[in-house]
Design a protein around this ligand. Structure first.
Ligand SMILES: *[C@@H]1O[C@H](CO)[C@@H](O)[C@H](O)[C@H]1NC(C)=O
Length: 371
């Protein structure tokens, strides 16, 4: 009886969830590295992973290492795009057929004349970031994610894009932070999905695999087959448009190495690394014996990675231990720690280790050990 009951509960809990497969492609870093252009790129656009959070303009991701993306359709019939599901921004945008910059060349472009449900918006679209901007027009159309459709979704159609977007595997961005941050004052895709009654729960979650395939965005709840040990819930620290939480401290072997007086961090699927104040990050990298580099992450020897310590994040009374297998990133050019300076962000390096649930209705983030 008991097990039959559990099976029924499991079915009830998982029914109605929509699982969107995410792919992990070559990052812009790998592509530039292969072309021998990475050094030049770094000189032109110094590393600034947190820049999107430091300006008053509507933020957009600017990070060479963002690699997870999924496919959505826009319009009737749908035109397909690979988008980065970014919990650090709120807008949806894709390139349009009016895009004139070369960075659009290798990406599909939205043709509004080919969609019977398209309606032009009244406002222009504008997003700024460190080395330039992306701009264009706005419009409304049906957005298809898996089997779900959002009607009358406001989105940006870019006409000018920054150079680096020519080197990323995704075509556009689908923002999953809160609506207060949209450039055009619109509602985000997720909020529209919920408002239009398409989801069983006002929650989405992500499993980021370290393999090319297997990552998933779950819309409408959490999927226990991707984690063990239960979710540990953390209330958002302050009302803001980001998924921001309070880290009480970061410790190595019981020694506090960062956030000694706590620090506020954003949980961001659109940032590759773990970002923190330079003093704290230098301290962590120092504990790891890593060498700081001018334009890049700190480098660490690829041998004996297993001998490095766990780095423990103490959040809301829970301890989340990040082993070296999670925080050391291997590139063609060597190994680097996934810690870089800026304002605090828990990015993909953290989210690969911990399945992350975003509870929109209750303003909470949940972490659980990923399988
Ligand atoms: C856009 O779609 C219209 C209608 O299907 C078509 O006539 C036109 O050639 C398309 N434009 C481009 C640039 O593909």
């Amino acid at each position: 009886m008991k097990s039959a009951f559990l099976v029924l509960v499991y079915l009830a809990v998982t029914r109605g969830l929509l699982r969107i497969p995410l792919m992990r492609g070559k990052s812009a870093r790998q592509l530039l590295e292969e072309k021998g252009l990475l050094e030049e790129y770094r000189r032109k656009f110094p590393y600034s992973p947190a820049a999107k959070f430091e300006q008053s303009e509507v933020p957009m991701t600017y990070d060479l290492d963002m690699t997870y993306y999924g496919v959505i359709g826009i319009g009737t019939p749908p035109q397909f795009f690979k988008v980065l599901f970014d919990t650090g921004s709120s807008d949806l945008w894709v390139p349009s057929i009016s895009c004139t910059t070369s960075s659009c060349d290798d990406h599909p472009k939205f043709n509004s004349s080919a969609s019977s449900t398209f309606q032009a918006g009244t406002k222009p679209f504008y997003i700024s970031y460190t080395s330039g901007f992306a701009e264009g027009s706005t419009g409304y159309d049906t957005v298809k994610i898996g089997d779900l459709c959002v009607e009358h979704q406001l989105f940006g159609l870019t006409e000018t894009e920054a150079v680096f977007m020519g080197s990323v595997p995704w075509d556009g961005i689908l923002g999953m932070a809160f609506p207060g941050m949209t450039s055009d004052g619109g509602t985000t895709v997720f909020v529209n999905l919920w408002n239009q009654g398409k989801l069983p729960q006002n929650v989405f979650s992500m499993y980021l695999s370290s393999s090319v395939e297997g990552s998933v965005l779950v819309l409408g709840g959490t999927d226990p087959s991707y984690y063990t040990g239960g979710l540990k819930w953390i209330p958002l620290h302050q009302a803001s448009n980001f998924w921001n939480i309070l880290i009480q401290s970061i410790t190595i072997n019981g020694n506090t190495v960062a956030c000694s007086a706590s620090c506020e961090a954003i949980v961001d699927s659109g940032t590759a690394a773990i970002i923190g104040s330079s003093k704290d990050i230098n301290n962590i990298n120092g504990w790891l014996g890593a060498m700081s580099e001018q334009y890049d992450y700190a480098s660490v020897s690829c041998s004996n990675i297993d001998l490095l310590p766990d780095i423990v994040f103490n959040i809301n009374g829970h301890s989340f231990a990040l082993p070296p297998s999670a925080y050391v990133m291997k590139f063609g050019s060597g190994c680097r720690t996934g810690f870089a300076p800026g304002s605090w962000i828990l990015g993909e390096v953290f989210m690969r280790q911990f399945y992350t649930a975003f509870d929109v209705g209750n303003n909470m983030v949940g972490f659980a050990q990923a399988v």
